[in-house]
Ligand binder design. Structure first.
Ligand code: ZN
Length: 287
């Protein structure tokens, strides 16, 4: 069985134009928790001014109706984020840094070396229950293709620090399956976070599993985009991913019908159709 981490409430909503209030975001999390998903990334602890969509992270975390078997995660970029995370009852911390100077500069006002130092201190303070996600591991909007050796070096470094889990992210959706396969296999990374910006997201996720990953990030309805690419579509859709995997006999433990119902609900909340295709096309066979 493989694990899916649902990132819609965080990566998805953070890239939506509309800002949803904390109650609605908590409701989304609570609905998702009923589907059998083993992990949900609930919020990001960033400054409200920087990401207004994530304002009230503490309120969202406090409004979660905890369910057994579900791990609730929060994203942390820096020391301040760590302090805020530690005040909540969330289970897992996702510490993120980019693989390039350019991305860290725009995203965290730091060079790669500074971002690495920051992330390392945070991970060292709490290695257990911590995931490190390396953003733009395949391609960067500012620096183009990313050297796989740089990514390997980061993976090894965070492993040595004791990080429980490492995820490689194709943040802007530029990777192709062969690239994902070799980078996951070469680094031994645990997970893959893919966007479907150029329609390679599902093939990439599939190939990540074949290369040894056991964790895939996905977003309900394919929610989200990329702040640096206004026309970019979002993460791979959780329900489309589950349909593909279950169809191929890969167990996910997730109730597909329940996911579809959440995408239908979310489309009404946001007042627009979502990127995901399964919730519109329907599950096959239908019942
Ligand atoms: Zn993402």
């Amino acid at each position: 069985m493989i694990s899916i981490c649902e990132v819609g409430p965080r990566d998805g909503l953070q890239n939506e134009r509309d800002v949803l209030p904390p109650e609605t975001r908590a409701e989304l999390v609570n609905r998702l928790a009923t589907t059998g998903l083993p992990r949900i990334e609930v919020v990001s602890f960033v400054r409200d001014e920087a990401v207004p969509q994530m304002a009230g992270a503490e309120e969202v975390a406090a409004a979660i109706e905890r369910r057994d078997g579900v791990e609730y995660a929060g994203l942390v970029l820096n020391e301040k984020g760590l302090e805020r995370f530690n005040e909540t009852a969330l289970d897992r911390m996702n510490v993120t840094l980019g693989a390039t100077d350019g991305f860290n500069q725009r995203n965290a006002n730091a060079s790669l070396a500074e971002a690495n130092e920051r992330a390392s201190a945070i991970v060292a303070s709490r290695p257990e229950g911590t995931t490190v996600t390396i953003s733009v591991a395949f391609g960067c909007p500012f620096e183009g293709r990313v050297d796989p050796d740089v990514v390997s070096g980061l993976v090894n470094h965070f492993r040595e620090l004791g990080a429980e889990e490492i995820v490689l992210a194709d943040t802007i959706g530029v990777a192709t399956p062969g690239q994902v396969k070799s980078l996951i296999a070469d680094t031994g990374a645990d997970g893959f976070h893919g966007h479907n910006t150029r329609n390679t997201g599902y093939a990439n996720a599939y190939t990540a599993l074949e290369a040894g990953a056991t964790l895939l990030d996905a977003s309900i309805g394919g929610l989200g985009g990329c702040p640096f690419a206004p026309k970019a579509t979002g993460n791979i859709a959780t329900e489309d991913l589950v349909y593909m995997l279950e169809g191929d006999g890969v167990e996910t433990g997730v109730d597909l019908g329940a996911l579809v119902a959440i995408s239908e609900w979310l489309a009404t909340v946001l007042g627009r159709p979502l990127e995901g295709q399964l919730y519109r096309a329907g599950i096959f066979p239908s019942a």
